[in-house]
Design a protein around this ligand. Sequence first.
Ligand code: ADP
Ligand code: MG
Length: 430
Amino acid sequence: MTQDQEHKEETGVANQTGPEQSGAEEAPVKKPSRRKKQESPKQLAGFEDMDISDEVLRAVARMGFHEATSIQKQTIPLMMRGDDIIGIAPTGTGKTCAFGIPMLEYMDLKETRIQEVVLAPTRELAMQIGEELEKLAYYIREVKIAVLYGGQSIGRQMDQLKKHPQIIVATPGRMIDHLERGSVRLDGVHTLVLDEADEMLNMGFVKDVCRIIDRIPPTRQFVMFSATTSQDVMTISWKYQHEPIQVTVRATKQDKPQITQYVIPVTREDKLDRLLYLLDSDEYGRIMIFTNTKFMAHRLNATLQKNGFDSEELHGDVPQGKRSQIMMRYKKGKFPILVCTDVAARGIDVDDVEAVINYDLPQENEYYLHRIGRTGRAHKHGVAFTLMSFTESVRMDEILKYMKSKPTDLKFDDAGILRKEDGEPFFENI
Ligand code: ADP
Ligand code: MG
C-alpha cells in the first residue's frame, strides 16, 4: 500500500460522518492485485510493465490490441496504485480499457458485496462499457457484471443483482432508483468511475451523481474520465476526490483518430439533395448522419427510406428496447445508415463507421468533436462531411476555432457535381 493510500484511508475514516454511512459493516479496502502475471504475450507493447494479470493480458490480446494507447499507458499504472484520477483524452483513445483493466485487477472474487461502480451518461454507453468489461474478463469466469439503465424492466435487473455482481455499470437515474428501492447497496464499493463525466454532468445529473457518491464509503478510489474538463467536472473533483492526479492526453498522431473533415456549402433547399448525392456515391459502407432534433432525425430517416436507402433512426423518442436492437444490428453491419441525434449517439463505439455526415450543425462545439469522433476509431481512417447552409457558416467558424483544425472545402458546381478545390470531381464514380 502506498503512503498516499494510507493517507486517504485516514482522511476517509475521519470523514465518515455522512448520513448515508451505515457504519455497520467494515469499510471496503482495496485489496492488492489478486493474480500475478505469469508470462505476457510478447506483442502487447506498453501493457507488460503494468503488473497486469495473465488472464487480462490474454483477453487484451484476444481483443486484437497490440499496443497500449497513451491514456492507457499513463493512467493504468496510477489507477493500479490507487490514485484518484481525472483522465482527459479525446474520444476514441481507449478510455474504457484504461479504467476497465485496473478494475478487473482489483477485485475480490469471493466478496458478495458490490465492489466497483461505473456511471455513464446514457444507456447505450452503459451497455457498451458492460460489453467491453465482459471482453476483458473473458478468462476470469467468476466476474459478474450488472448493467443497469432506464427503460429496461426493473425485474430483469433484480435478477442480475441477485447473482451478486462485483461490478455495476449504470446510468445515474437508474442507480438512484435501485438505491431507493434498496436493491443496490454501495457500502462495499472501493472503486468508482465516472465515464464521460463532462457529458453526464452537463446533462443535469450533478445532483444524482452526488447522491450516489455520498452512498459510497469515502475510502474509495474515485476516477473520472472525460473528453473535456468542465466547471462541473472540476467541482465534483474538488468535492470528492483525494489529491487527484490529472492526466491530459492530447491527440497524438498515433492515437488521434484519422479523420478528414470536409465542409460543403449548400443552400437550405438543396440540403436533402446534396445528402442523397453523398449517399449515392456508394463510397462508404457505414454512415452516421447527425441531426439536432428527434423530429428531424425521424423525418430524414423516413425520407431516406422512401428514397430506397437502408437506414434506421436512433433518438430519444425511440423506445429503449428498439434502441438496443437498432444499435446491435448497426454494430453487426445489418444496415449501413444510421440517422441519429447527439445524445443517442454519445460515446457509442461502432467500429468501421466510415463516414459521419452533419446534416445539421451541432449547437455545442463539443458535439462536433464527438460526432466526427464516431469515425476514424481504433486507428482507422474516416471522413466527416458537414453540409453547411449560409446561416450556419458563423457557427461553423466558431466550431473550427474551437477545434483548431482546418477542414477541406468542397463545392457543388452548377451541374450538381461535388468538386475539390482544384476542380477535380470528389467522387470518381458519379
Ligand atoms: P473512448 O472511450 O476513449 O472514446 P473507447 O474506449 O470506446 O474510446 O475505445 C475506442 C476503440 O478502441 C474501441 O473499439 C476499443 O476496443 C479500441 N481500443 C481500446 N484500446 C485499444 C488499444 N490499446 N489498441 C487498439 N484498439 C484499442
Ligand atoms: Mg468512452
